[in-house]
Design a binder for this molecule. Structure first.
Ligand SMILES: [Zn+2]
Length: 77
């Protein structure tokens, strides 16, 4: 699992980091550097689960592929 810090005001997202703590550090750094230490609107720390979604989507595609092959096999017999 990894996390990203996102700033809605700047419409930017940090590189993915491995821990929520590291994402908080990105948050503190971004606030200090870009917002003079103030808290911008629309900021969040989000789990970066693109990879997990990719794996789930691939499994789903394989499952659907098997079902289609099975259905075709039934039609031809
Ligand atoms: Zn910002």
């Amino acid at each position: 699992m990894s996390y990203r810090y996102r700033c809605g005001t700047c419409r930017t997202t940090s590189e993915p980091v491995t821990t929520r703590r590291a994402a908080r550090a990105e948050q503190d750094w971004h606030r200090a550097r870009e917002h003079a230490g103030l808290i911008p609107d629309g900021e969040s720390i989000e789990p970066d689960d693109e990879h997990a979604l990719g794996t789930g989507g691939l499994l789903l595609a394989v499952l659907i592929g098997c079902l289609i092959v099975d259905a075709l096999a039934r039609i031809t017999h």
